[in-house]
Design a binder for this molecule. Structure first.
Ligand code: S3P
Length: 429
């Protein structure tokens, strides 16, 4: 267990912050930059552990990636067929996006590779990508009857396919799209609700033929991708912790600059506004095909709401911190249709229910969500992150309005997505 933090209540969060780059977009910038011909420059890349797993993976397959002063990246892409066989097992660390997207991408190579990860990642389901990839001819083996990493991938010639995904998952969709780049013809993926579409946007930005339609997307195989300049916006999933913090701590006024507001990611804004939160979008603009704005947040009395349906994939990583907001809202908040939370970095329904309850919150776990009764205030105490970065940061936000100090165990995991979280938090209180 690494590191613990003790957080005390805050009296008004004020100022301006910029959160680090978007994790999903940062992963994709390395992948597509490597598969494109020529140089790709990435500005605002997130230097977190998850993205470094992707970066190291592509270096191990012969791609030159230089870190420039200020953290920008220069990637010398070698084209769609320019990767070479890695000399060792690829370690994806804690990163579900790395392992699932790379499984799709590696399935169509002309070499053998093995993907693994940390003890959390090795417990997460991989059949959701391996199953549909097999219909394209992919040859992939794993533990647990082919569901668990380490995964062994024997690259082969793939056939294009049409896949109806039972879950709204950008990792499943992107794995299929990346495999589809290596097939002849058009690969189509449908999903029950639209999940984040960064792969589609960035592929189009790099020159691929990507056609979204109601309920799905089609991608033509064997594209010629050209190196581009990518500007990564701030991660709305990281900004979300500060949005909720500023809403629940009385006397707060916080400007969060340069937040990515892709409509497939901005469910948290809709949820918090419906709860009565004051969030203003200032200076909207576009960066490398992604919408961006500054978000001005003022403390607000929140109220409980019902959450379910298509907003769920649009806010899938934000439910831990939504449950914190709900703990301080007037009335009851019900979260439904969110069964996917059970297979994230940890079971986030179980983890948030137990940790918020430890501070006196009234939370009930449901199979596909949570019911949270807002109360006046939480008490201090000891909690754990369960090794999950978003649980650690959500509990830090809850602690800002607790009646006593809160000690959070196992906080080193915040480095996976938000290395300067604690620093930023100390700057605005
Ligand atoms: C991600 C997709 C989501 C999300 C994850 C990042 C991506 O996972 O939870 O943090 O970058 O594609 P699912 O595809 O499992 O919903």
């Amino acid at each position: 267990m690494s590191e613990s933090r003790t957080i005390s209540a805050a009296g008004g969060l004020r100022g301006e912050i910029t959160v680090p780059g978007d994790k999903s977009i940062s992963h994709r910038s390395i992948m597509l930059g490597s598969l494109a011909k020529g140089t790709t420059l990435v500005h605002g890349f997130l230097h977190g552990e998850d993205n470094h797993a992707t970066l190291n993976a592509f270096r191990s397959m012969g791609i030159e990636i230089e870190e420039l002063a200020g953290g920008d990246l220069k990637i010398e892409g070698k084209g769609l067929h320019g990767l070479s066989e890695p000399g060792d097992v690829i370690d994806c660390g804690n990163s579900g996006t790395t392992i699932r997207l790379m499984t799709g991408l590696l399935a169509g190579q002309n070499f053998f590779s093995v993907l693994t990860g940390d003890r959390y990642l090795r417990r997460r389901p991989m059949k959701r990508v391996i199953g549909p990839l097999a219909t394209m001819g992919a040859k992939i083996w794993g533990r647990g009857g082919g569901d668990l990493a380490p995964l062994a991938i024997c690259g082969t010639k793939l056939q294009s396919t049409e896949y109806d995904s039972p879950i709204a998952s950008a990792q499943v969709k992107s794995a299929m799209i990346l495999a589809g780049l290596y097939a002849d013809g058009v690969t189509t993926v449908r999903e029950p609700h639209l999940s984040r579409d960064h792969s589609e946007r960035m592929l189009r930005y790099f020159g691929a033929d990507v056609r979204p339609f109601e309920g799905g997307v089609s991608v033509a195989g064997q594209p010629q991708l050209e190196g581009r300049e990518v500007f990564v916006p701030g991660d709305i999933s990281s900004a979300a912790f500060f949005m909720v913090a500023a809403l629940i701590v009385p006397g707060s006024e916080l400007l969060i600059r340069n937040v990515g507001l892709n409509p497939t990611r901005s469910g948290i804004i809709d949820i918090l506004q419906e709860m009565g939160g004051s969030l203003e979008l200032v200076n909207p603009r576009e960066l490398s095909g992604e919408p961006v704005a500054d978000v001005l947040v003022r403390s607000s009395q929140l109220r409980g709401i019902e959450i379910g349906g298509s907003v769920v994939p649009r806010a899938i990583d934000e439910f831990p911190v939504v449950s914190v907001a709900a703990s301080f809202a007037e009335g009851t908040t019900t979260i439904r249709d969110a069964r996917e939370l059970r297979v994230k970095e940890t079971d986030r329904i179980a983890a948030m229910t137990s940790e918020l309850s430890a501070l006196g919150a009234k939370v009930e776990a449901r199979e596909d969500g949570m019911v949270i009764e807002g109360i006046e205030g939480l008490r201090g105490g000891g909690v754990t992150s369960h090794g999950d970065h978003r649980i650690a940061m959500s509990m830090a936000v809850a602690a800002l309005r607790a009646g006593g100090e809160v000690t959070i165990e196992d906080t080193g995991c915040t480095a996976t997505s938000f290395p300067n979280f604690w620093q930023l938090l100390s700057e605005i209180r």
